[in-house]
Ligand binder design. Structure first.
Ligand code: SF4
Length: 451
């Protein structure tokens, strides 16, 4: 067996098989499963807020400028409730228990907090909700900095607040169009601690342009000084034909440019940094001083659990179907107003896809029981090759990602893909570039109009 060598680091994969508007059109029968009875199961609920008050340079997530007209936000919130009802009333959901509610975006903290409260209340009224439901709310620091908002989050039992700092280097924050100041970050953390919010996660980024190795150490030392429950660290994901890509590589707006070599080196630095300080690495990108497990909802999803996504661009994984809502607020409102599902693309997984999906997700969780991920001879052969090459190890009944493997999680995942999905992803990416769309959602997020 020849040794596997990875050359260019790939960022971790959280979605499989990837959905593409070019390759995954849906037919009229796609949602027939909603009329079927299902055995009792837990489900993760994701609600996307597609608005931001300012746009960070690197961001590929679907969002639009936050409307100045409060009526539009009200209409949007009503559509969220309507989409929730669309599902809640279906036979399929009779035996579903919502185990977690996640408000992501965009920036859910631009919604008046009353709307968040209304949505949570509505979910409890319309669905079976687990007694120990986890409710997580993301938000931009500037909009989370509001005593009343945090009081309401406590009142509705929010279990975790999650927000992005990305870097503490002030000059870089300005270049990346990150609006909150370092004081704002301090003030938010003081507020969350004072209000005794149950948990919070700080997101950081690495391999940023103009981020030196010293800057990275500065960021890491600073972020652990806050003692947050979790720290997430994400490598920069750069898409060609975006304004940010051009600013870095064509217009030379930064002195230090991101590279695959830097991404790898910085990833090793981060892993070692947290290990030396006895943090638990609970996911490939997540570290915690006090907790040994990642948040329950994400863990459940990564082990094959179902997820219902509400709002524009939200992804769902239900009944072995992986689909995404339209990436446009107007189209979303229009479809929901007309009583239609707001879907724009989706696939239906074969038995083999379902099993390979678990295999592909396992490296992000860093370990899995062999019996939960090995179903096919070719997968077993791939795992054996990864073990022989030092990326994985067998440990009793478990397969673990090794220290070396922790630097190559995305590559291990790609290696475990089925060939046809590699081809699909590649063809979608090429079509996106040719059509001047973003490779992430095939929409126009951050895309340079010149193409
Ligand atoms: S990173 Fe968050 S706050 Fe910044 S533009 Fe993207 S969704 Fe909005």
């Amino acid at each position: 067996m020849s040794e596997i060598k990875f050359i260019n680091k790939i960022t971790d994969i959280w979605d499989y098989p990837k959905i593409s508007t070019f390759n995954n059109k849906v037919n009229d029968n796609y949602f027939d499963f909603l009329n079927e009875t299902t055995k009792s199961k837990e489900m993760r609920l994701y609600i996307h807020t597609p608005f931001c008050k300012s746009f960070c340079y690197f961001c590929q997530f679907f969002k639009e400028a936050c409307p100045t007209d409060p009526e539009k936000i009200e209409i949007y919130t009503k559509m969220v409730l309507k989409e929730l009802s669309f599902y809640a009333e279906k036979e399929y959901f009779k035996n579903v228990k919502i185990s977690s509610i996640y408000f992501g975006g965009g920036d859910p903290a631009v919604l008046p907090v009353k709307y968040i409260e209304d949505i949570v209340e509505f979910v409890h009224k319309k669905f079976n909700v687990a007694e120990d439901v986890e409710t997580t709310v993301e938000g931009n620091i500037l909009n989370l900095l509001d005593e009343n908002r945090i009081d309401i989050y406590n009142k509705i039992n929010v279990s975790r607040v999650s927000f992005g700092v990305q870097t503490f280097k002030e000059s870089l924050r300005k270049k990346l169009l990150l609006k909150p100041s370092l004081n704002d970050i301090d003030n938010l953390i003081e507020l969350l601690n004072r209000k005794k919010i149950k948990a919070y996660t700080i997101d950081m980024m690495f391999n940023l342009p103009d981020q030196s190795y010293d800057d990275l150490y500065f960021d890491l030392n600073k972020v652990i000084s806050y003692n947050s429950d979790y720290v997430d660290t994400y490598g920069l994901n750069l898409y060609p034909n975006t304004k940010f890509f051009d600013a870095i590589y064509k217009n030379k707006k930064f002195d230090i440019v991101p590279s695959k070599e830097r991404e790898l080196e910085m990833n090793t630095i981060i892993n070692n940094f947290f290990k030396e300080r006895e943090y638990n690495q609970v996911l490939s990108v997540t570290y915690s001083k006090y907790r040994t497990e990642p948040n329950k909802a994400l863990n459940h999803y990564l082990h094959g659990g179902e997820m219902l996504g509400i709002g524009p661009s939200a992804r769902s994984y239900i009944f072995d179907k992986n689909y995404r809502n339209v990436c446009s607020v107007d189209q979303y409102i229009n479809k929901i107003q007309n009583g239609l599902p707001a879907i724009e693309a989706g696939n239906a997984l074969s038995d083999r896809d379902i099993k390979i999906r678990k295999l592909v997700f396992f490296p992000t969780t860093l370990k899995a029981k062999a019996e939960d991920i090995v179903f096919y001879n070719d997968s077993k052969e791939k795992l054996d090759s990864l073990v022989e090459s030092g990326f994985l190890e067998y440990c009793g009944e478990y397969v673990n990602v090794t220290t070396k493997g922790k630097d190559w999680v995305g590559n291990i995942q790609k290696y475990l893909y089925d060939d046809n999905h590699i081809k699909n992803e590649f063809s979608s990416f090429i079509t996106s570039v040719k059509q001047g769309r973003s490779g992430y959602n095939q929409d126009n997020m951050g895309v340079n109009k010149k193409g």
